[in-house]
Design a protein around this ligand. Structure first.
Ligand code: NOJ
Length: 493
């Protein structure tokens, strides 16, 4: 540990020149004293040990076996082997000086066969050890119950999130988590990015179970106009049912907070015209408010109802009541900002920029000029002002309820010198400065999590895109701090 601390300090010194040569400064003192600063991961992306100690197969274990789905046909069978190296990883967090860790629970590790089977005790033991060791280092566990991976049996037998059966399944899984870990876990996220999940699984067909239809994609089955709406509907109701169980049976003793996390791009009009400004409102409603309006106000955004009419499922009176006020905090995963072009009053030729729900196209370019510095992912640009804007949007729309930035980070355009990741430092510094401005303007933001602690399995991109503060050698799985780890440690101290 001594060594690691010293090395981080050395990294800090070598990045000092860089830090002082940039215009905008950001300091820990600009955030409240009790603010949470942490790193985020998710089970499938880091755990590995895909068949160890009684774990069942997940939809991702299954999907990654289909040739051509994942870059280099890779998978999360080993990932970062966090399952076996979690103690070392907690040391990494500790040496950074973080006071929180956001991770998710592998559903198939706890319930290999869903609710028809029994609980895997060794899965419970693993998360107990993880939680206890985090707490012993003063690191608050922020636990996501579902982050993309579900038991394959639920996908195959029930039809995954397209089936209402998944609601009860999720409630069963969540209840086991509350019961087993809730005496120590005080921050729960029910579902990570249901909006992105529905989009990737059922609109574009890129995530399991790969359903879609033109113009959104060419899959062997699916209906991109309807299925994302159904998948999301089931996830939202499952969320609300789990929260009711938590509040009724567990909260009186456990006193924790529970929320949901959405993927939240910010948007700007492509053209300085009314129709594109309206399209920005639609883009935000169809992405961000699609998740949060139901759990705050009990129904889908009016903007969506207006565009979709009958296709958009309806909540019953009882479901609305269950949903309304079903979160204690809002979780925002924010990475980038995109331009939006209206497709209701203007022609949008197919095959051009990417169509998303809401009758609009998004693009990162205006007249060939990128909206911000490009990163290693096509839709992700460095646009720090977007952080302040998205926080302000959420603050206005939801009466400034408590918020956490549950993910923020970047993958670099080139990995030639991944350890000297000055662009990543610049990214976090400028986004944090933007977040600090939002807080100064009154936003009730209570935490910030870097995506990610370490390089990991980046879904379709396999291991070809690295988001970590720590570099993970794919042969040895050795973790090495990048310059950004040193910068983050110095920022936090
Ligand atoms: C959001 C997702 O929650 C996470 O799983 C993913 O790796 C990051 N975005 C980066 O793409």
């Amino acid at each position: 540990m001594e060594l690691r601390g010293g090395y981080l300090f050395f990294l800090y010194l070598s990045s000092v020149f860089f830090i002082f040569s940039v215009e905008e400064q950001v300091q820990r003192s600009q955030f409240p004293d009790d603010f949470f600063f942490g790193a985020s991961t998710s089970s499938y992306q880091v755990e590995g040990a895909y068949l160890e100690d009684g774990k069942g197969l997940s939809n991702w274990d299954f999907f990654t076996q289909i040739p051509g789905k994942i870059a280099d046909d890779d998978n999360g069978e080993v990932a970062d082997d966090h399952y076996n190296r979690y103690l070392e990883d907690i040391e990494l967090m500790h040496s950074l000086g973080t006071n929180a860790y956001r991770f998710s629970i592998s559903w198939a590790r706890i319930l290999p066969d869903g609710m028809l089977g029994s609980v895997n005790p060794r899965g419970i033991i693993f998360y107990n050890k993880l939680i206890d060791n985090l707490l012993s280092k003063g690191i608050e566990p922020f636990v996501t119950i579902h982050h993309n991976d579900l038991p394959q049996v639920l996908e195959q037998r029930d039809g995954g999130w397209l089936s209402p059966l998944l609601r009860e399944e999720f409630v069963h899984f969540a209840s086991i988590c509350f019961e087993s870990f809730g005496d120590r876990v005080k921050y729960w996220v029910t579902i990570n990015e249901p909006n992105m999940g529905a989009d990737f699984a059922y609109l574009r067909g890129l995530f399991p179970p790969a359903h879609c239809s033109p113009p959104f994609g060419n899959c062997s089955t699916g209906n991109s106009d309807i299925e994302p709406l159904i998948g999301m509907h089931n996830m939202l109701i499952a969320h609300a049912m789990a929260v009711e169980i938590y509040r009724t049976f567990f909260w009186p003793k456990q006193n924790g907070f529970i929320g949901i996390v959405a993927h939240a791009f910010m948007y700007e009009p492509l053209r300085d015209e009314e129709r594109d400004r309206d399209a920005v409102d639609r883009a935000l409603a169809f992405n961000v408010a699609w998740t949060f309006d139901p759990v705050v106000y009990g129904d889908y955004p009016a903007e969506m109802r207006h565009c979709h009419g009958l296709e958009l499922p309806r909540f019953s009176a009882k479901e609305k009541q269950l949903l309304r006020g079903s979160i204690d905090f809002i979780g925002v995963n924010h990475y980038s900002t995109l331009y939006v072009k209206d497709c209701i009053h203007s022609p949008c030729p197919s095959g051009g920029d990417r169509p998303i729900m809401g009758f609009l196209n998004t693009t990162g370019y205006r007249d060939g000029v990128p909206i911000g510095e490009p990163t290693g992912l096509a839709d992700f640009f460095v646009v720090p002002r977007g952080m302040e804007k998205i926080i302000d949007y959420v603050k206005q729309r939801y009466n400034n309820m408590p918020m956490f930035v549950t993910e923020n980070g970047c993958t670099l355009q080139t990995q030639e010198n991944e350890l000297e990741d000055r662009d990543r430092i610049n990214f976090h510094r400028s986004y944090l400065a933007s977040l600090a401005r939002a807080i100064r303007s009154g936003a009730d933001v209570r935490g910030y999590f870097v995506w990610s602690l370490m390089d990991n399995f980046e879904w379709l991109n396999g291991y070809t895109k690295r988001f970590g503060l720590y570099y993970v050698d794919r042969e040895t799985l050795e973790r090495t701090p990048k310059l950004s780890a040193g910068w983050f440690a110095s920022f936090l101290s």
